[in-house]
Design a protein around this ligand. Structure first.
Ligand code: AMP
Ligand code: ZN
Length: 116
């Protein structure tokens, strides 16, 4: 999608600090990190949000692909010996600001047990 920020990052039109990439996804550093490690796991194909993604066969395949390489992503983020939080904000009320599905991988410090 031409107007989508993350599609433009996927195509390389908008620069990002990529820490991991394969055929179906890229992982890059969040521009406003909330922890020492804060990267975004972003499917290359555009799905607006998580529910839209899992409603399609292709989206479910991509989600499965993400789970398969999660250990590699965690290693690339330097979190292999630590804990982390994996977050998806779904749609506006869920706090999603970029309408291209993505997962926040957050860590590098002790995170609060409280969820908002
Ligand atoms: P969300 O609010 O869940 O949709 O997350 C969107 C995230 O994208 C936020 O944490 C932003 O800081 C991050 N973000 C926005 N623009 C960029 C960008 N150009 N490069 C990297 N991260 C970005
Ligand atoms: Zn997009």
């Amino acid at each position: 999608m031409k107007s989508c920020l993350f599609c433009r990052i996927v195509s390389g039109e908008v620069k990002s600090d990529i820490i991991y990439e394969n055929d179906v996804l890229i992982v890059f550093k969040d521009i406003h990190p909330i922890a020492p490690v804060h990267v975004l796991i972003v499917p290359k194909k555009h799905f607006s949000h998580l529910v839209e993604m899992v409603e399609s066969e292709e989206g479910r395949t991509v989600l499965n692909d993400i789970t398969k390489v999660l250990p590699d992503i965690v290693r690339s983020a330097g979190l292999e010996n630590r804990g982390f939080r994996l977050v998806n904000n779904c749609k506006e009320e869920g706090g999603q600001t970029v309408p291209h599905v993505h997962f926040h991988l957050i860590g590098g410090k002790s995170l609060s047990r409280e969820l908002p």
